[in-house]
Design a protein around this ligand. Structure first.
Ligand code: UFG
Length: 348
């Protein structure tokens, strides 16, 4: 911990969510003073292990302005968003409102509050189906689903705002497939209806879901299933701290891919999930899910070189093991709560 970072105040929107909560923890452990702004629509109060929490929506401009004025952060990290590719195809306006319009509200509030630094959670989905892999940051942005388009728009807001105002700088981090859990099992993914492959595979192993569906086996990949670059959430959290240091050093606005530079197919992930859990859970092959690109792999030289990012968990087995420890804990807690409720009703 150093004395400069101890005095640095950060507002984290969406800090009660999966990725946001890991970043809040990393920030607090590094000595930052953190306030989470979250409407708890998908996030959990329990995921805020430290720092302040304001329960609020980005659509509530008055509360947002008041929070920023009172806490007076040096920088804002913006995680709060809707994140499901499939849902974005069926309900696009939800994505444009939650991801683009709310980001605009936040940027307007930052300008009024005189806050000149922002770190934005962008996504590999802005690339669509890239012509070249690994995809570099300057590849054309051609999202193939409203989720990616909604994030691309926010990137554009940021670029134009920074262009027009020398006192505003940002880093946009384009996440590839974030997975895994805090290696000390304090945090992990905790959504009521998770859609991500690794979480669904592990919950199927636990018997919470009857079977895992493999969406599409006719993609132009080696085994016919989609390929993704899975990145451990703790490494991604570190990228945010590195980005903060980068902006604090006076560096210019920039965009970085966050991935390891190699991918695994859905079948690879299923095989690893079976190995890690030791459970041969049921898997069925079904048709493609709309909006899924065949293959996404990050070019990750830029983030390593310019942010000095050094990932520690570049290992699919470690990603699955940390997620598995977390899922087993969640399952145990749910079972204990169920038992307690049963005991209480029997006592009556
Ligand atoms: N999949 C299955 N069965 C499932 C769930 C997923 O076969 O039950 C497949 C998907 O079709 C896809 C792959 O597993 O081929 C990964 O799907 P996820 O839902 O885990 O993740 P996505 O690739 O759709 O999206 C994630 C993030 C986005 C981000 C994207 C970038 O949710 O925010 O990675 O690669 F943009």
């Amino acid at each position: 911990m150093n004395s400069i970072s101890q005095q640095t105040r950060i507002v984290v929107t969406g800090g009660a969510g999966y990725i946001g909560s890991h970043v809040v923890l990393a920030l607090v452990e590094a000595g930052y003073d953190v306030l989470t702004y979250d409407n708890l629509s998908t996030g959990n109060r329990d995921a805020i292990l430290s720092g302040e929490l304001v329960v609020g929506d980005l659509a509530d401009k008055d509360l947002l302005a008041k929070t920023l004025a009172e806490f007076s952060p040096d920088a804002v990290m913006h995680f709060a968003a809707s994140i499901e590719v499939g849902e974005s195809v069926t309900n696009p306006l939800k994505y444009y409102r939650n991801n683009s319009v709310n980001a605009l509200n936040l940027l307007e509030a930052l300008r009024v509050a005189g806050i000149g630094r922002m770190i934005f959670s962008s996504t590999a989905a802005v690339y669509g189906n890239p012509a070249q892999l690994p995809v570099t940051e300057n590849a054309p942005l051609q999202p193939i689903n409203p989720y990616g388009a909604s994030k691309m728009m926010t990137e554009r807001f940021l670029a134009d705002l920074a262009q027009a105002n020398a006192d505003f700088r940002y880093v946009a981090l384009r996440y590839f497939n974030v997975a895994g859990a805090d290696p000390e099992t304090r945090l992990g993914q905790d959504y009521t209806n998770p859609t991500h492959l690794i979480t669904r595979a592990l919950k199927t192993a636990l018997g919470i879901f009857p079977k895992l569906q493999v969406f599409g086996t006719d993609y132009p990949t080696e085994d016919g299933t989609c390929i993704r670059d899975y990145i451990h959430v703790a490494d991604l959290a570190q990228a945010h701290l590195d980005a903060l240091g980068y902006l604090s050093s006076g560096a210019q606005s920039a965009i970085f891919n966050c991935g390891y530079g190699h991918g695994f197919s859905v079948r690879d992930v299923v095989a690893m999930a079976k190995k890690v859990t030791g459970i041969d859970f049921p898997v069925v092959e079904t048709g493609r899910r709309e909006g899924d690109p065949a293959e996404l792999i990050a070019a990750c030289e830029k983030i390593r070189k310019e942010l000095g990012w050094q990932p520690r968990f570049d290992d699919l087995e470690v990603i699955l093991r940390t997620a598995w420890e977390w899922e087993k804990n969640l399952e145990r807690e749910t079972r204990d709560e169920g038992r307690e409720n049963q005991d209480q009703s029997q006592d009556k």
